[in-house]
Design a protein around this ligand. Structure first.
Ligand code: ADP
Ligand code: GN1
Ligand code: MG
Length: 353
């Protein structure tokens, strides 16, 4: 914690420092809440294992947030450090600081139809607001982030290497993931054929990355902008539903708790459709119900790969953490497949309106 006390001094800040404490439930960065006599800040140690190029990362975020601010949309405000950049490098690690968004809450699970629609509208608005942003100004902060077929190849490589001798624990998970393999290239193939947009998307629309005003319960702000970069609308639609279906059970030892909820799908799609109906292609509409399947399988593969490699990417609290997370996501992918006809039917009903 002492390091953090030193680091925060390099960012412009008002008031005398009172406390610094670990904050939030993110899997990637190390997040701290800094309280001064005047204001609260979020300080993050950037995970450079995930984000290899911090200049590129912060450039993406600044381009995207400036674009939103120019439209009068509330978003995260970053602080300049005393080296004139939006990050500080202490010779070992990279840090950034931004204004704490006060009087807000986040949820790990949501079942209220009203809140679901608000989240869906927020992501629909975000997509809509990025339509006029020049995509060339942003680069991939994690190359091939949602390239699901590549994620599968990466998993195969980790299986082949079995560097931590953990392969013996995951035979069932590997078999289960291979059973849904035919769906992995649905989105990437459509992108390659030009049947769906390559737009600027969030790419990590996990539900705890949305802050709500604690009084009005309106969405205040979408946070965790590290993966704002060129992508498909379907990545965000699919991953938001992946995270909603999973709720707070991502690391539950009972994988069957991670499953489809048709009302969640219906409410989310209604909210999203209300903002994006004029912007989606026929192919995008056709793939909407498949996208949570692709993204759940992909997330399962990423956890499994990380388990096999010895937990080098996601923060873990115990040795089997990534394996348990992989199980929930792979179970969910299978459950989505089981209900795919229902999801298609709901999609047809809503998108015909
Ligand atoms: P990670 O990439 O590790 O998920 P996030 O940027 O999502 O990092 O931050 C981790 C968590 O910290 C978020 O899920 C949220 O709960 C909390 N958080 C981050 N930024 C803010 C903020 N400006 N105001 C309030 N809470 C925040
Ligand atoms: C990570 O950063 P966080 O915790 O919001 C991950 C997502 C995964 C998610 C699974 C940059 O999200 O891609 O879907 O964990 N973010 C990154 O919970 O890898
Ligand atoms: Mg996050």
């Amino acid at each position: 914690m002492d390091d953090v006390l030193e680091i925060i001094k390099h960012f412009y800040g008002k008031g005398e420092l009172l406390t610094v404490e670990p904050y939030g439930n993110g899997h990637i960065n190390k997040t701290f809440l800094v309280t001064t006599t005047e204001r609260k800040y979020i300080l993050q140690k950037i995970n450079t294992n995930a984000f290899k190029d911090v200049d590129l990362l912060m450039n993406n975020i600044m381009v995207a947030t400036k674009h939103l601010l120019n439209k009068g949309i509330f978003t995260i405000k970053f602080l300049l450090s005393d080296n004139g950049k939006y990050y500080y490098f202490d010779g070992q690690s990279y840090y950034r600081a931004y204004r704490f968004i006060d009087k807000t809450i986040w949820h790990e699970k949501i079942s209220s139809p009203t809140l679901l629609k608000k989240v869906a509208e927020a992501f629909g608005d975000l997509h809509h607001n990025f339509v006029d942003l020049d995509g060339h100004l942003l680069k991939e902060s994690i190359p091939h982030f949602h390239d699901t077929p590549k994620r599968y190849n990466d998993l195969l490589l980790a299986i082949k290497n079995d560097s931590k001798n953990r392969l013996k624990d995951c035979q069932k998970e590997i078999k289960d993931i291979q059973e849904v393999q035919e769906y992995f290239s649905l989105i990437t193939d459509a992108l390659a054929k030009g049947e769906i947009h390559l737009s600027i998307t969030h790419n990590d629309p996990k539900i705890n990355n949305v802050l709500f005003d604690e009084e009005s319960e309106e969405v205040k702000c979408v946070i965790d902008l590290d993966t704002i970069m060129p992508g498909s609308f379907l990545y965000d639609f699919g991953d938001a539903l992946r995270s909603l279906f999973t709720g707070d059970n991502e690391d539950n030892i009972d994988p069957t708790l991670c499953r489809v909820d048709l009302d969640t799908y219906r409410n989310y799609l209604e909210g999203y459709w209300s903002k994006m109906k004029s912007s989606l292609t026929e192919k995008e509409i056709e793939l909407l119900p498949y996208s949570p399947l692709v993204l759940s399988a992909e997330c399962g593969m990423r956890f499994l790969e990380d388990y096999l490699k010895g937990d080098v990417y996601f923060h873990t609290a115990y040795p089997e953490h990534n394996l348990i997370r992989a199980r929930t996501q792979i179970h969910q992918a299978h459950d989505i497949l089981r209900y795919i006809d229902d999801l298609k039917k709901i999609t047809k009903e809503i998108t015909k309106r």
